[in-house]
Ligand binder design. Structure first.
Ligand SMILES: [Zn+2]
Length: 532
């Protein structure tokens, strides 16, 4: 369906503007007494200058009451996202970049059909045009859709959610954040053989408002931070990279996250490990045990549990592009996905995790649910539409990457619950195996079944002890059997809350944030192989 396009505002900022706090107490005073049309232009300017959030919400609510068409259902979803990326590479500050994106999506159900239209024209006229366009599409799709949207209606949602943020990004001056990155970057350059090194921070603030014609109102505000470190070592033909969990230490919150994840101390260790890999032997090949650190477990969970359990994928919606799933609708409630130690939750309630929220983008209240309990498949990653369509229990996971994309079934926080084994106990249980850290490559088939994954760093486990560091550790398996070989699950001491900013799916494509938390886990009888 067509989108009304809008230009994404990207600015290069080198001054203090980037640190301007978002809201001002006097925001919107100038708009009193003006009509909605005129008020928008003042509001638009204030929002782009970093003010006026509350007034913008009021403007949208007032407009929505006026433009909601006579239909079975209509909703307005407003998204305002501001991001800033700071990076120091090879001890040189890179151009500071900031981006801002603001707009709404109107969704209409009418006569069993559904239509939507996105717009960044937030005037009364622009919103009315989008609502009319959405209604036209709803009428045109009525009777021609695989879903009868007359059955999808739920009660009006009400609520708020705000990220827990102890040290707000905007409370620390830009110069201070750059100094921090200069220091961390310098810590990575521990040897002449470190040929590239970088420290960066990516902060995003997102403000959303969801309104329904039957009086629903959900307001959510998020702060995301993605800390990144990398060190590249080279000697002759050997080049190895160690990173700070890829971008895996992404979380919700403020600058306090940096201390929670060890950002200020990780640099020298990562650089030393990159140097170690230059002279390390190849990972051996053969069938053996594999101990996976959390920064590889998140990829394993994401690809071979998360994507296969997306209900729209199971129903075939993604077959044309992202693929299908080896999981079929009849498996829910009885299928043995893995060993009894496998417990997977959809958990939007862990405040520090990357994708916690109170409501999904269709206004469904979010709560923690077991998708896999003691190894048995219980529930799908499907929002309300997919749940009704498939008659399978799901979760509140209809999510859109922005105002100009419709919500589809996505992972949010998808976690492997901790077990009882200490790291030492798991190592001691291995006669011959490899301890692998930090995903660096992944390949998995269309149905998310056969896979092979590679890690940055490996260490042999021989007769219950960690021994030789090895380079290019890889392993392959089949989702439908791999999880049955889960032999030990790490306890809370091995548990790490992580995620990824980049999960792609949908046509047109949507790249979205996903949270994953996992302990270290031990798998037996895995096919392991090294590099060439
Ligand atoms: Zn993904």
């Amino acid at each position: 369906m067509p989108m009304m396009t809008w230009s994404r505002l990207t600015l290069a900022l080198l001054g203090g503007d980037a640190d301007a706090c978002y809201n001002r107490p006097d925001a919107g005073r100038a708009s009193r007494g003006l009509g909605a049309e005129h008020r928008f232009f003042l509001l638009s300017k204030q929002v782009r200058e970093g003010a006026g959030r509350v007034v913008m919400h009021g403007h949208l609510e007032e407009c929505f009451r006026q433009i909601a068409p006579p239909a079975d259902f209509c909703s307005l979803r407003f998204v305002h996202e501001r991001s800033e990326v700071l990076s120091v590479r090879q001890n040189v500050l890179q151009p500071v970049s900031a981006s801002e994106d603001i707009g709404v999506m109107l969704t209409v159900f009418e006569k069993g059909g559904m239509g939507y239209a996105g717009t960044s024209d937030l005037t009364l006229t622009g919103l009315r045009r989008a609502a009319e366009q959405a209604r036209t599409w709803a009428l045109q799709s009525a009777g021609r859709s695989v879903v009868d949207f007359a059955n999808i209606l739920s009660g009006p949602p009400h609520g708020d959610y705000t990220s827990v943020e102890q040290i707000p990004w905007c409370s620390v001056p830009l110069a201070e954040k750059i100094d921090l990155l200069q220091t961390q970057c310098a810590c990575l350059k521990i040897d002449d053989r470190i040929v590239d090194w970088e420290a960066s921070l990516w902060h995003t603030e997102m403000d959303t408002l969801y309104l329904t014609m039957d009086g629903g109102r959900v307001r959510q505000r998020f702060h995301y931070i993605v800390p990144m470190l990398s060190a590249t070592a080279n000697a002759g033909a050997e080049t190895h990279v160690r990173t700070f969990g890829g971008r895996g230490y992404c979380r919700q919150g403020g600058l306090e996250v940096l201390d929670h994840v060890g950002f200020r101390t990780a640099g020298p260790r990562l650089a030393a490990e990159a140097l170690q890999l230059l002279t390390a032997p190849n990972c051996p090949s053969g069938t053996m045990d594999v101990l996976l650190a959390p920064d590889q477990m998140i990829l394993q969970i994401h690809e071979s549990i998360g994507h296969p359990l997306e209900l729209d994928r199971i129903l075939g919606d993604e077959r044309n592009y992202a693929g299908t799933s080896f999981v079929t609708p009849d498996m829910f409630g009885s299928y043995r996905y893995g060993s009894e130690l496998l417990n997977i939750t959809f958990d939007p309630t862990r405040s520090e995790e990357f994708v916690s929220y109170g409501f999904d983008d269709e206004g469904l209240p979010a709560r923690r649910e077991y998708l896999i309990h003691n190894g048995t498949l219980q529930r799908a990653l499907g929002g309300l539409t997919s749940q009704v369509r498939a008659d399978i229990p799901g979760v509140a996971n209809a999510r859109a990457c922005s105002w100009n994309r419709p919500p589809i079934d996505r992972m949010a926080n998808l976690n492997l619950e901790p077990g009882t084994s200490s790291l030492e106990e798991m190592i001691a249980a291995v006669e011959r195996g490899v301890y692998m850290h930090t995903n660096c490559s992944w390949s998995i088939d269309d149905s998310r079944n056969k896979f092979q994954f590679g890690c940055e760093w490996g260490q042999l486990i021989e007769d219950g002890k960690l021994t030789t560091v090895v380079k290019k550790p890889n392993y392959r398996g089949i989702s439908a059997t791999f999880w049955h070989n889960l032999k030990m699950v790490g306890n809370l001491d091995t548990f790490c809350v992580m995620g990824t900013p980049f999960c792609g799916k949908g046509e047109p494509n949507q790249v979205i944030r996903v949270g994953h938390a996992s302990p270290a886990c031990l798998f037996v009888d895995v096919e392991v192989f090294g590099g060439e």
